[in-house]
Write a protein that binds this ligand. Structure first.
Ligand code: NDP
Length: 335
């Protein structure tokens, strides 16, 4: 086992909780793979909304913190006891803390081997948002043919992938977006109806009215809501009786405390607040989901949009773009 450290690595650390100015790009000694770990030369880093929550302090972390959890690369060294990957393997991952770097340590049992046909940028774009779209469509609410689905931020990273998976399962998908360019992207991903929610006078009453007019007055079977604070009430009011509200993020802010009695008033509806970790907890589930997602990418059934790439040193710009709603699809950092 070669665990000899090499040249310094680049990292991006959040020095404290705050705005994008707290991100610092610097060189640090390269880490060494311990037992069960792999050292990976990073090809591309996936930027995710959760990275902004950890930077801003919405989610707790210890500073100074190397942000990021997703990426792709080539295994450079392995520690003792590693059997899942070998040096030279092309790999990707969704849950390695400290992925904003040129060399990352990943627990080998969490690495996914990237199929030959999938390029390294696509490989970095798929694990977190692709696996999220997969568990949301197949497990949290297993979408059936004929289901009516409401999905906010339809041109975002998760949004474009979830739209494709939902329509492939036979759903009729209604999305929301904030620009005409995003509207075109969402439609191209298969959305049947795309609503400019930014133009509605009163989102909380106008959006459910539109959704009901598109569903014969009944409302949707499932609403996937990652926008959170601004859309939660509208999502709840868009459900049909016994429908499900899947709250999976808070891009506009976190939803304030909630009275469960409202679920009764909305028609015996369900509310779930899922997180990816619960759906890829074992290696078996991680690999079976990612096999399905990578197979869909290889066959062309799932198209992955990389909306923007930035040098790793410009992580602050990537965060600013994501937080200002100006990105579409996946954002990557390149070391
Ligand atoms: P996106 O690419 O979807 O970016 C966020 C989008 O949210 C924006 O582009 C914007 O779309 C919309 N939005 C609405 N209001 C705001 C606002 N005030 N500020 C910023 N954006 C806003 O990001 P991701 O695909 O990375 O993640 C989407 C969501 O899913 C995030 O909330 C993330 O935390 C969550 N997530 C949850 C997971 C889980 O397992 N629970 C796993 C992965 C992601 P528009 O301009 O069209 O309104």
């Amino acid at each position: 086992n070669d665990t000899t450290p090499s040249a310094p690595r680049q990292v991006v650390r959040a020095l404290r909780a705050g705005g994008v100015e707290v991100l610092e790009h610097r060189d640090e000694p390269a880490p060494v793979a311990g037992p069960g770990e792999a050292l990976v030369d990073v090809a591309a880093v996936g930027v995710n909304f959760i990275d902004t929550y950890l930077r801003s302090g919405v989610y707790p972390t210890t500073y100074p913190s190397v942000l990021g959890s997703e990426g792709s690369g080539v295994v450079a060294a392995v520690g003792t006891g590693v059997t899942d990957v070998s040096v030279g393997d092309r790999v990707a991952w969704c849950d390695a803390p400290g992925s904003y770097t040129s060399q990352v340590i990943v627990r080998a049992e969490r690495l996914l081997v990237v199929p030959d046909e999938v390029d390294m940028r696509t490989a970095a774009a798929v694990p977190l948002q692709g696996l999220t779209a997969h568990y949301l469509a197949t497990s949290t609410y297993p979408i059936s043919p004929g289901d009516d689905v409401l999905l906010h931020a339809g041109a975002g990273g998760v949004g474009l992938l979830l739209t494709q998976l939902a329509t492939a399962r036979g759903a009729r998908v209604i999305t929301t977006v904030s620009t005409d360019a995003k509207k075109r992207l969402s439609r191209a991903a298969g959305a049947h109806d795309v609503i400019r929610y930014d133009t509605l006078e009163d989102l909380t009453s106008d959006l459910p009215a539109i959704v009901r007019s598109l569903t014969d007055g009944r409302g949707v079977h499932v609403a996937y809501d990652s926008v959170g604070r601004d859309t939660f009430d509208a999502s709840l009011a868009s459900l049909r009786s016994r429908g499900m509200l899947v709250l999976f993020g808070g891009s506009s802010g976190q939803v304030p405390p909630f009275d469960p009695q409202r679920l009764s008033a909305a028609g015996s509806v369900y509310l779930v607040r899922p997180t990816l970790g619960s759906y890829v907890a074992t290696r078996e589930e991680l690999v079976s989901r990612s096999d399905e997602v990578f197979a869909a990418v290889r066959s062309g059934a799932l198209s992955v949009r990389i909306g923007a790439t930035y040098p790793l040193a410009d992580a602050a710009q990537a965060h600013a773009a994501l937080e200002s709603r100006s990105t579409t699809g996946k954002v990557l950092l390149l070391p």
